[in-house]
Ligand binder design. Structure first.
Ligand code: AP5
Length: 213
């Protein structure tokens, strides 16, 4: 099973990828998480990516494609969360899978408006230790700013300020939305209303995969 989670910033891709990778025994590959880790550790990749991420822009395709080539599992299924985000990335993914004798199973499109996204992301808290996701209103931790799972400190991401969120949404519309037609033509697309509850969305994705819809 090879899945792509496609959708605007804050549409819930990471939340669902974390839940469903555990439930379905799949690896979870988040380009955003990999890049943030590289920035935190000040690696050569992090140094190249930092400025783009802070501005809410996409990191250049060649950097992202080599990163995916490095981390893509040789065995077992996986969820790609936040990749591909441009047509050249989608074409590179097709080539990579073909070379390994694999095929993409499904692309899950998370549909949501800009205003809901701004509300969600501006309330998002991320665990600095284990990466668990929370929301001040919709999914608060039991104790203020402390992770329920590992006791780590909860922080706000650098690119979660309103003006950067709006820039990220615009970049999504300009550079990532063309992938909807790309995958629809290939009969891979399953669209869902991403304003539903976390549980409802997980259920719909599992159903779509089982029914092959
Ligand atoms: P990345 O980390 O991928 O950010 P993103 O796509 O902007 O997505 P987010 O992580 O912001 O949101 P999400 O959809 O995962 O939502 P979440 O589940 O957290 O990328 C960051 C940057 O890295 C990019 O801007 C770019 O610079 C670079 N980058 C990454 N990949 C790249 C690529 N392929 N090419 C080039 N550059 C790349 O949920 C959000 C909030 O809502 C949380 O608080 C959560 O608790 C809450 N929530 C989730 N679901 C629900 C629900 N159903 N109801 C209510 N609240 C919910």
């Amino acid at each position: 099973m090879i899945l792509v989670f496609l959708g605007p910033p804050g549409s819930g891709k990471g939340t669902q990828a974390k839940i469903l990778s555990k439930e379905m025994g799949l690896s979870h590959i988040s380009t955003g998480d990999l890049l943030r880790e590289a920035v935190k550790n000040n690696t050569p990749l992090g140094q190249k990516a930092r400025e783009y991420m802070e501005r809410g822009e996409l990191v250049p395709d060649d950097i992202i494609i080599s990163l995916i080539e490095e981390v893509m599992p040789k065995e077992g299924g996986f969820i790609l969360d936040g990749f591909p985000r441009t047509i050249p990335q989608a074409i590179a993914l097709e080539d990579m899978l073909k070379r390994n004798g694999k095929e993409l199973s499904k692309v899950i499109l998370f549909e949501i408006s800009e205003d809901v996204v701004v509300d969600r992301i501006s309330g998002r808290l991320t665990c600095s230790q284990c990466g668990a996701l929370y929301h001040i209103k919709y999914n608060p931790p039991k104790e203020d700013l402390i992770c329920d799972l590992c006791g780590g400190k909860l922080i706000q991401r650098e690119d979660d300020k309103e003006e950067v969120i709006r820039r990220r949404f615009k970049v999504y519309q300009e550079q990532t939305q063309p992938l909807i037609a790309f995958y629809r033509e290939r009969n891979k697309l399953f669209s869902l209303d991403a304003t539903q509850s976390v549980e409802e969305i997980s259920k719909k994705i599992i159903e779509a995969i089982k029914n092959g819809s």
